[in-house]
Every structure is written in structure tokens, then in C-alpha cells.
Design a protein around this ligand. Structure first.
Ligand code: HPA
Length: 273
């Protein structure tokens, strides 16, 4: 993937925009209700962008939804590309790179996670991540137009915004905590020993996406906000087996908390413009 190819894909989206997007949002499993915050102006399917990977998970290919959220020009990625689908880490992060080329300054990455230190229904604001079990999306020749060869990751999630969001959520007594997230490659859920390893390494939650996306986005200087919904206790902490049905059920039943933390994140971003 070189800059010209990315630029051509970004132009396909850019041709449909009437203003520069400032905010990107990635929707996690079971969290697609968050797209109703967007006043929609149009959408483009991944399959209609030449060279763009499509989602293999469900019947739909994935799409970019264009619009505004609380007057902020935004693009929502409805359908994420996962490493376990067979794409390289670099291919998985094409959407973040396209949004970066189009000009976004903030990216909200949402996901469903297994909890190690927090249980189902808790919303976690990511402060840090461990993504060392998956290859870097920046591996290979650096795309200098996007960012430096050796980008700093000390603020992979924006510390000020994350602290503001977590503080406000705490004031409202929401089930919300700051947390360290660890990305696993999937698609199998982790073993008990892997969850124990993650815990000893300092992780509060585990999931199969997001880490590499945050890296690709931060490479371009974008401010990331990570919001995870704990849908199950991670393996070994959970009493029985983990199923993807339970993930979706909890994602739905915790909608109120997730929505409120998301609204707080939007307020924090609006204040940071
Ligand atoms: N592990 C990995 N990914 C997940 C989990 C989990 O326990 N729950 C939701 N996504």
C-alpha cells in the first residue's frame, strides 16, 4: 500500500464531501446504535472504493457514513476490518489512514472487550494499550506523507481528553473506569493462561481489534479516544465459556451507559477544537 493508492481511495470519499471531516468514529461489535448521533448526509460502501478491503464478517461489506455530529463534520466507519479476517495489520488500518488523509483530528475507537479488572456493562476509557502480539500496521516502507518512521506512542490515546471523559463519567456515577487494553489476534477467544498473562502484564481488558488502528492513527498525529464496553469477563475469570451471542446481548443491555460516555466524549472533543 503506497501513498498514491491511499490518496486515490481517499479521493473517492473526498469527492462526496462538502466539508472537511474533523472527527472519525469506529463502531465496535454490537455498538452500531452509536451511529444514530450522526446527521447523515451520505454513505459510501467499502466495495465501491477501488482497492479497499471489505468486511468478511457479515452480509454487508462495511461503509463510511458521512455527516455531522453536534455540528462537527464527521465520518463513521460502520464495519471494522479485523486482523483475524486475514488482512494484514496494514490493510486493517486503511480506513484510519483514509480518514487521516481526509483531515480528521480526533478519532473515537469503540470496541467490545473481555474484562479482567472490570465486569460486564462497564465502559472503559483506554489510557494505554499493549498491541505487541499483532504486527505493527506501520511495518514495511514508511509512508512519509503520513508520519515519521519511528513515531512516538507516549500519547497513543490522548491523555487530557481521556482524563476529562473519565472524570466527568465518574461525577455522573456511571459504570466507567480508565483502563489498559491489550489486543489479541483472534478469532478464538483467549485461553485462561493468555488472560492471566495479560493481567500480569498490566492489562485490564482484552479484545481482537483497535490497537493497530490506534497506532496507524497516532502515526498521523490524530488524537485517539478509546471507549470499550466490557461485554463479558475474560476467559478464566468468566465461569463458563464465552460466546459471541453474550457479547451482543450485553452490548445492547448496556446501551444507556455507553451512550452517555459517548456523549461525554463528544462534548470533550467539541471543547478541544
Ligand atoms: N476477548 C476478546 N475479544 C472480545 C472479548 C473477549 O473476551 N469479548 C468481546 N470481545
Amino acid at each position: 500500500m503506497d501513498y498514491n493508492e491511499l490518496n486515490a481511495m481517499a479521493r473517492t470519499i473526498g469527492d462526496r464531501l462538502d466539508e472537511k471531516p474533523l472527527l472519525g468514529i469506529v463502531l465496535g461489535s454490537g455498538l452500531s446504535y452509536l451511529k444514530d448521533y450522526l446527521v447523515e448526509k451520505g454513505r459510501i460502501d467499502y466495495k465501491d472504493i477501488k482497492g479497499h478491503p471489505v468486511c468478511t464478517n457479515k452480509s454487508h461489506s462495511g461503509s463510511y457514513i458521512i455527516g455531522t455530529i453536534q455540528d462537527i463534520p464527521a465520518i463513521v466507519m460502520d464495519g471494522r476490518l479485523h486482523y483475524y479476517e486475514g488482512y494484514s495489520a496494514s490493510e486493517c488500518t486503511i480506513p484510519e489512514r483514509l480518514l487521516g488523509i481526509l483531515g480528521i483530528r480526533h478519532l473515537i475507537l469503540t470496541n467490545a472487550v473481555g474484562g479482567i479488572t472490570a465486569g460486564p456493562g462497564t465502559v472503559l476509557v483506554t489510557t494505554e494499550q499493549i498491541a505487541s502480539l499483532v504486527p505493527s500496521p506501520l511495518r514495511g516502507e514508511n509512508i512519509d506523507e503520513l508520519g515519521p518512521r519511528f513515531p512516538d506512542m507516549s500519547e497513543v490515546y490522548d491523555p487530557l481528553l481521556s482524563a476529562t471523559i473519565a472524570k466527568k463519567a465518574k461525577e455522573e456515577n456511571l459504570a466507567c473506569k480508565e483502563a489498559v487494553f491489550m489486543q489479541f489476534p483472534g478469532p478464538q477467544f483467549e485461553t485462561k493462561a493468555e488472560v492471566e498473562m495479560a493481567r500480569r502484564l498490566g492489562a485490564d481488558s482484552v479484545g481482537m481489534s483497535t490497537g493497530i488502528e490506534a497506532i496507524a492513527s497516532r502515526h498521523m498525529g490524530i488524537k485517539n479516544i478509546g471507549l470499550s464496553l466490557v461485554t463479558n469477563w475474560a476467559c478464566g475469570i468468566a465461569k463458563g465459556p464465552i460466546t459471541d451471542e453474550e457479547v451482543l446481548v450485553v452490548a445492547k443491555s448496556s446501551e444507556k451507559t455507553m451512550r452517555r460516555v459517548f456523549e461525554i466524549a463528544l462534548e470533550a472533543i467539541a471543547d478541544d477544537r
